[in-house]
Write a protein that binds this ligand. Sequence first.
Ligand code: SAM
Length: 482
Amino acid sequence: MYNPKSLIAEEFISDEEIRATLEYADQNKNNIELIEQILEKAAPKKTGRGVECAGLTHREASVLLACDIPEVTEKMYALAREIKQAFYGNRIVMFAPLYLSNYCVNQCVYCPYHYQNKEIPRKKLTQEEIIAEVTALQDMGHKRLAIEAGEDPVNNPIEYILECIDTIYSIKHKNGAIRRVNVNIAATTVENYRRLKDVGIGTYILFQETYHKESYEKLHPAGPKHNYAYHTEAMDRAMQGGIDDVGLGVLFGLDMYKYEFAGLLMHAEHLEAVHGVGPHTISVPRVKRASDIDPNVFDNSIDDDTFAKIIACIRIAVPYTGMIISTRENESCRNKVLGLGVSQISGGSRTSVGGYAGYSADERPHDTEQFDVSDQRSLDEVVKWLMDMDYIPSFCTACYREGRTGDRFMSLCKVGQIQNCCHPNALMTLQEYLEDYASPETKAVGEALISREIHNVTNPKVKAKAIENLEVIKNGNRDFRF
Ligand code: SAM
């Protein structure tokens, strides 16, 4: 029985409800009157408190996703852009993944870290190697990391992960610092989530891979990850453990995208219904080629147009969530989807264990890689590319450091207020990047962008303070935030 408030996986992600949703969406995919009503419901509305968006239910959003009428798709894209602009402006938050260990006891059939893969060398970073990796990442200009690890209670126990996080936060190299560590590790216990919270993690990210239980069990034939309920209920345990920023995701290509889309939105509705706060982020990875993985064996791959439509529909349905796109996608695909709702991208990424230290910008080790990186540009190139398109690359980590997490972030974001601090914070952290790490070409483009964008800070007091801080940053001081 479908019940978004239930804590039982098969009740809040009900197969029956997803099937009924897909049928409803198919029946209504040409129902222009209904589609117009849905788009109208989702449109930003000015209220006394600012701009607010109603979002959509999984049923409403599934109708939009099913509709193939080109003019409607254009309207959806325009609405997604408008919503993105209202809550995230033209800022794009930058991050990099850091792979700690590829030891894994699971057998995920799409992942090269699976236990039976004998082709891939197993590696786990020592604390000294972490210092070298993080120093290299700081030297690129990164301030925010997403740590990644396989699941192996012997080689990568929670104590190892906690020690790595402490090490990462402790490294202060030149003007560098990692100010936010997001964590993408396997589903774990409430107690372990509490320990992650206590060492100061940002978002806990866990991809569902697929919401389709039968496929899930086939795709994870053995190991702890085989347990669908334990995996699907992980975010509830994370929230019980005090982590209030959680990141959802589906690995697109494994099962039917319309099924996954409805499941993903039901998961977001469940978090809102039970914990009063939706997902802090949603990621949209697609299966990629890797060591012994051929993505073509999964017959549900989606083309770039469908991918773009999914992203636009997520933005419309869950207007306040951050949306993340990794270097699994190439430059042209990233370009296409940035405006449709993506708010965070990785840059200069390496997906191997120990891929940063000791390698030049064009050298990359492949032996322990998790997947092929499609966007192989350096962080500096990605930053310049974004600014050439009038986006503001942001290295900001202020919200979580100021306690603006969970429902506090959402309630500010919901009335568009988050922009009062995000915009100047983005400019100040970009100024730090330009001073410390940018190439001369990137610096010139960035300086011009900041002088244009500073005038878009509407509050005069904030604007004056931000201008003062920008000057102080040029004189060598760091780490200012609103
Ligand atoms: N081990 C953790 C877990 O089981 O959730 C998370 C870390 S894993 C390194 C991060 C994610 O990479 C997985 O959740 C999966 O969605 C994604 N992934 C695995 N194999 C992939 C592939 N061949 N192409 C693209 N993404 C992949």
